[in-house]
Design a protein around this ligand. Structure first.
Ligand code: LHQ
Length: 260
């Protein structure tokens, strides 16, 4: 895989780094292909139990490389063929994907980060729905995820104005999980991934699947889905261990099993 996307696996954690630091990790076509391949590999690798997505250097990402797409091109077709599969890959892999955001996350990169299961940013990070500044609307799922995360009032304003949202505001608004001091992002991600890889594999996948489907469901449909997902978990070794550990007043030791 070329250097524009770097994958590092340490134990059960795969870290995927978008790597064009001189251009704030702006997306080229090759980079999109490599990012999708890296996500699919991590998703299908049973040794990997958590995935971290980050940018190299001072930024998470600046979105589409604007020197790499012509005006007059069919942007919708480009989105469908190259960006949508990346978002689908993150949303459908049965394991948590964590975005580690330092510096700017603009355009497609902002909404790529927000597609991840848990987003941690530095306090000085900036999320920018930059699209309006170049005559476009938020894509890569932005108009779907933003109102769900922060409500329509804030979503409309930041999409229409293209104003940056700092890490602290993003956390206070519920756009992301947490903002941490700039020098603590790596430690925070390490602690988060250490927690996640020790948690029960199948239950994590079920949590992800249940939230994934909740957007289109009525309460009754979601109650039925939760019941359907809880039945196999109830027969699992992990539940047996979790319940027994609680009763024994000891920490649980969940079995490490293939995660796919
Ligand atoms: C860049 C970029 C960039 C090229 C910084 N391209 N070089 C996808 C495709 C299909 C359909 C339509 O939708 C999409 C989704 C999208 O992502 S559209 C939105 C695309 N992104 C943007 O509009 C953001 C453009 N960038 C900026 O507004 C600023 O660069 C931000 C606010 C991200 C950062 O500002 P600064 O911190 O002041 O950095 P800078 O502007 O000085 O950038 C550093 C370098 O990176 C610079 O290169 P240079 O050679 O002059 O040092 C920039 O030209 C380059 N760069 N973003 N998207």
């Amino acid at each position: 895989m070329p250097d524009d996307v770097i994958v590092d696996r340490a134990g059960a954690v795969a870290t995927i780094t978008m790597h064009r630091p001189g251009k704030l990790n702006a997306f080229t076509g090759a980079m999109r292909v490599d990012l999708l391949a890296a996500l699919q590999d991590a998703g299908g690798d049973e040794r990997v139990r958590a995935v971290v997505l980050q940018g190299a250097g001072s930024a998470f990402g600046a979105g589409q490389d604007l020197s790499n797409v012509a005006d007059g091109a069919d942007l919708g077709a480009l989105l469908q063929s190259e960006y949508v599969p990346i978002i689908r890959s993150i949303r459908t892999m049965p394991k948590p994907v964590i975005a580690a955001v330092r510096g700017v996350a603009a355009g497609a990169a902002a909404n790529l980060a927000l597609a991840c299961d848990i987003v941690v940013a530095t306090e000085s990070a900036r999320f920018i729905q930059a699209f309006i500044r170049i005559g476009l609307l938020p894509d890569v799922g932005g108009t779907w995820i933003l109102p769900r995360l922060i409500g329509l009032a804030r979503a409309r304003a930041i999409a229409m104005l293209g104003l940056p949202v700092g890490g602290r505001d993003a956390a206070a608004w519920g756009m992301i999980w947490r903002a941490v001091p700039d020098d603590q992002l790596d430690a925070e991600i390490d602690a988060l991934t250490a927690s996640l890889v020790a948690l029960p594999t199948d239950a994590l996948a079920a949590v992800k699947q249940a939230f994934e489907m909740s957007g289109d469901h009525t309460l009754d449909e979601q109650l039925a889905l939760e019941s359907a997902l809880q039945t196999p978990l109830g027969y699992s070794d992990d539940f047996r261990e979790g319940r027994q550990a609680f009763l024994d007043k000891r920490p649980p030791q969940f079995g490490i099993k293939p995660n796919r």
